[in-house]
Design a protein around this ligand. Sequence first.
Ligand code: KIV
Ligand code: ZN
Length: 531
Amino acid sequence: MSSTNPSAKGNPSDKDRVVIFDTTLRDGEQCPGATMTHEEKLEVAQLLDDMGVDVIEAGFPIASEGDFAAVHEIAKRSKNAVICGLARAGFADIDRCAEAIKPARRKRIHTFISTSPVHMKYKLQKEPHEVYEMVIAQVTRARGYTDDVEWSAEDATRTEHDFLCRCVEAAIKAGATTINIPDTVGYTVPEEYFALIRMLRERVPNADKARFSTHCHNDLGMAVANSLAGVKAGARQIECTINGIGERAGNAALEEVVMAMRVRNDVLPFWTGINTTMLTRASKLVSAATSFPVQYNKAIVGRNAFAHESGIHQDGMLKNAQTYEIMTPESVGVKQTSLVMGKHSGRHAFMHKLEELGYHLAGNQLEDAFVRFKALADRKKQIYDEDIEALVDEEIAHAHDRVKVLSLTVIAGTQGPQSATLTLDIDGKHVTTQAFGNGPVDATFKAIRALVPHEAVLELYQVHAVTEGTDAQAEVSVRLSENGRAVTARGADLDTLVASAKAYLGALNKLMSRRGRAAAAERRIHSTEVG
Ligand code: KIV
Ligand code: ZN
């Protein structure tokens, strides 16, 4: 059994079914550095749909041309999931959102406004009665486009109860079918959040006409606990993200809420439609697309989540896995790390392995990945699943890069200065330079800066080994920021410095494509103004 339907223990009832609303592509993607390309967003959305996510919040269409295009394309390609877009209270937001989700078979508009005193006074600069009127207007406008409208009271956990009840009642009356109660600043605790949801369900006269939803941020590390407390109090939708990515400390992690309800179904008797064996794949894909590494000890999907290091634990595990394992690795899609293939493995075996790991490559992308696999197998004796994942993730992430590393020679060691001689392919043109630096990484990045002049600032540089052993591939993460916006990228290679150059260039390519999109949008606006 892979979904979290507890049918093994009795008949699941619809009243205990929790809707999983994934906001990885909206709240997750809007956090600093987690930007995904258009293609990456489509791939993540497809996986979420295949995994059984009920609602995919695909973006914030009015925020940018890129967001609009991604929501629109995801809406076109959606199979089962409801495709949702976010909109503020203004009609322009709602109209743009409706346009973006139009092609979806099942569509939702999610519209929100702040209701807490601090947000109304300083952020909106509006009186409560004005906000109240806007709630009615925004929901009514959204209902003109679809029957499925979600309304959120931003900063609900710091909102006065009487006012929150009035707004919720008005939103339901105007046609909202889902009422979301966000803990926007990650401030609440489980008992308090439980009481808030219960209070709303008891006091709002038409509460039974809508589904209540949780949306908890993790600033105090309680997003998952708070979400589950909300469900216990009667909420039947959880808003969450893969790996818990999101604003600041992130959102409730999808894999954690889903597995908590599955593993502790005795005390959390609820179920979801998620195919849990896809959780690990989803985590890896989102990590690769955003270049946000997953913390080693992260619940459910961290690489140590099923590792048993101490002798006592290993002994217990050998006697009976239940001694130290509360869920099986297979139930979340972890396969035992296997020695997969070597240099004699052919194209067929490679394709089979990709399918097994959940990748669907075709055409040039498959060909390029195979060539790179063969090159790696020539240099590395033992190739593990993780090696192939690093290689393919990189292939997907860098497929559309304008600037690529062709060769790098570095002189390092105790006798400085260290130097790097680098040749890049920039839009098909080959250029070379040599640079000196304080250490080989500094020299390499200076060479890149000389060949591709830019103002972006390096905010993060991180290295980790993909597998064990001194011949392991290095995976490097780099975050660059420009004009207050950050992007992160990863590069993998047997050579740490080549991986570093690839990661740096990956981030630079993302910045360049963002600049290109911004310029194109400006040209479009200009031509409509002129025309
Ligand atoms: O955290 C929050 O309040 C949000 C809303 C837009 C739902 O993300
Ligand atoms: Zn949020």
